[in-house]
Design a binder for this molecule. Structure first.
Ligand code: RB5
Length: 148
């Protein structure tokens, strides 16, 4: 799987841990930064979201301090369904029901082993489709209405 990652200074340490872990697991990882310098999380959410929306990566991972700011930012990109996850159940359900294409975590919230487990579940769970596709289509319709 091709995964693009981005983080601010509140999330770069967890982002780097996940980058190395996912690379060891055989994934191809694009690391868009940062590497610890003080930056603004919307810039990194935007970069990750645009890369996924352009089809240049299968999925994205975003990390900031809480995960909240970068999650708000990346969800502004049309076609992005980013999910802030704090446990494996949320990671499983957001793939099954929301077809989430960006995983978001808080670097100051989640421990590294839990983050690895969340990522493992997220990237190994399929979208169920069916009745959930209709709901995804409704999200896309909201986007279309306001993106004119
Ligand atoms: C940066 O200090 C912090 O505000 C950011 O990482 C994030 O938590 C914002 O939601």
């Amino acid at each position: 799987m091709k995964i693009v990652m981005g983080a601010d200074h509140g999330g770069y340490q967890l982002k780097n841990i996940l980058r190395d872990h996912l690379t060891e697991q055989g994934h191809t990882v694009i690391d868009l930064g940062c590497q610890g310098e003080r930056v603004d999380y919307p810039d990194y959410g935007q970069k990750v979201g645009e890369t996924v929306a352009a089809g240049e990566a299968d999925y994205g991972i975003c990390v900031c301090g809480t995960g909240i700011g970068i999650s708000i930012a990346v969800n502004k990109i049309p076609g992005i369904r980013a999910a802030l996850c704090t446990n494996e159940y949320e990671a499983m359900m957001t793939r099954r029901h929301n077809d989430a294409n960006v995983l978001v975590m808080g670097g100051r919230v989640i421990g590294e082993e839990l983050a690895k487990d969340i990522a493992r579940v997220f990237f190994s769970t399929e979208f169920e489709g069916g009745r959930h596709q209709k709901r995804i289509d409704k999200i896309a319709a909201i986007e279309a209405k306001y993106n004119r």
